[in-house]
Design a protein around this ligand. Structure first.
Ligand SMILES: NC(=O)c1ccc[n+]([C@@H]2O[C@H](COP(=O)([O-])OP(=O)(O)OC[C@H]3O[C@@H](n4cnc5c(N)ncnc54)[C@H](O)[C@@H]3O)[C@@H](O)[C@H]2O)c1
Ligand SMILES: N[C@H](C(=O)O)[C@H](O)COP(=O)(O)O
Length: 347
């Protein structure tokens, strides 16, 4: 019998739903994973008690062996809160705590103590308010921490995930990757250059092969402008940037459709046979994905040296401490990271 991969689970913004989702997960662990939460043990105990969850919290050092998952036991690599945390109330004093949980998980992956990491949601605004001026999100933080030039954000609601949710009625496989991530809309067009788009498409092609076992992934690429620029009348980025990149990469063997108008690309007939869609910006692609699968989807960072997945939702400060948060996305994020770590993703 193979040993389940160890996954570092960062518990996210302490005023949000991340700590209680970690507690819910420990009550009913995802099969095939050994999760170690990264966070403050007292905070996790307090959120579990608030929800009436009986949990044994076991603190581990990173070099210690990680036992098999057991329902009701939460393994923790401890990081101390900087200030007491109240559900729903952000505190800039804890921004460094959140970033330290990321640093601990990244180090564990890089040192081989974990096979991958899963992240509960953090609050970008409070980290920026605390003075971390360049902070944009986990994706960009991981890129810089791992010293890679480019990473790609992809959210997925796919067949492997749907196997966990028998009631799922959405498309069989929807994966949406982004050419740009957390940028003001005003800056998007300038950020899409021939070089950046080429890097993104190469990473997407390589990692669809690497993590999903697709031999020749077919990628549909959205235009940037309405109706993919309407032949240059509604914007020239398609003609001047996107089409030349696609032509050059097709000549290298990549299977690329587009640039296609995003409004009709995201319809079942056009998605047939497509392994992933590349959207040009955050709110071109993610609303479609979240409409199709909010709560059953995961966020994956492609281009890193190890698997990293995350939930499809944010800190939900309005629900924190209530026990009403749905752990569904965290469960699929853990299952997907475990599958990626064992490179056995179901098609
Ligand atoms: N993976 C991440 O770290 C991540 C992802 C998305 C957003 N965020 C951050 O979260 C913060 C809040 O963002 P937002 O308000 O736009 O989105 P949000 O996802 O926190 O909340 C949007 C709505 O969805 C509900 N919701 C979210 N998660 C839920 C769950 N598990 N179960 C039931 N309902 C849930 C919330 O109650 C709210 O009504 C922002 O700082 C944003 O940047 C972080
Ligand atoms: N863009 C993501 C979403 O809307 O779900 C989210 O903000 C998380 O991004 P990071 O994983 O980069 O924090």
């Amino acid at each position: 019998m193979s040993v389940s991969p160890v996954l570092a689970l960062t518990t996210g913004e302490p005023a949000g739903i991340g700590p209680e989702l970690a507690a819910m997960l420990a009550v009913a662990p995802v099969a095939g994973s050994r999760v170690v939460a990264v966070g403050d043990p007292e905070l996790l105990a307090e959120r579990a008690a608030r929800l009436g969850l009986a949990l044994e919290i076991v603190e581990l050092a990173q070099h210690e062996a990680v036992p098999a998952a057991a329902p009701g036991r939460l393994l923790v690599w401890p990081v101390a809160l900087r200030a007491p945390a109240r559900p729903g109330v952000l505190n800039t004093a804890n921004a460094d705590y959140v970033l330290e949980t990321l640093d601990v998980a990244i180090a564990a992956c890089r040192d081989g103590h974990a096979a991958g990491m899963v992240t509960a949601p953090l609050h970008k605004g409070v980290i920026l308010d605390a003075g971390h001026a360049g902070f944009r999100g986990h994706t960009e933080y991981l890129r810089d921490a791992c010293g890679v030039e480019e990473v790609v954000m992809m959210l997925a609601t796919d067949s492997a995930l749907h196997a966990l949710r028998p009631g799922w009625r959405g498309p069989a496989a929807l994966r949406v990757a982004l050419a740009t991530t957390h940028l003001p809309l005003r800056e998007v067009a300038d950020a899409i250059t021939g070089e950046s788009l080429t890097r993104v498409l190469r990473i997407l092609d390589i990692d669809l092969k690497r993590w999903y076992g697709l031999t020749a992934p077919r990628i549909a690429v959205c235009g940037l402008n309405p109706h993919a620029g309407e032949g240059g009348h509604l914007g020239r980025e398609e003609l001047e940037v996107i089409e030349p990149v696609l032509a050059a990469l097709r000549a290298e063997g990549l299977r690329l459709d587009g640039p296609l108008p995003a409004d009709t690309l995201f319809t079942p007939r056009h998605l047939e046979g497509v392994d992933a869609v590349l959207a040009m910006y955050h709110d071109q692609g993610l609303p479609v994905l979240k409409y199709a699968g909010f709560g059953s989807a995961a966020n994956i960072t492609l281009g890193l040296p190890f698997p990293r997945t995350s939930v499809d939702h944010g800190t939900a400060l309005d629900l924190a401490g209530s026990g009403r948060a749905d752990p569904g996305s965290l469960r699929v994020a853990v299952a997907l990271a475990a599958q990626m770590a064992s490179r056995s993703i179901i098609q």
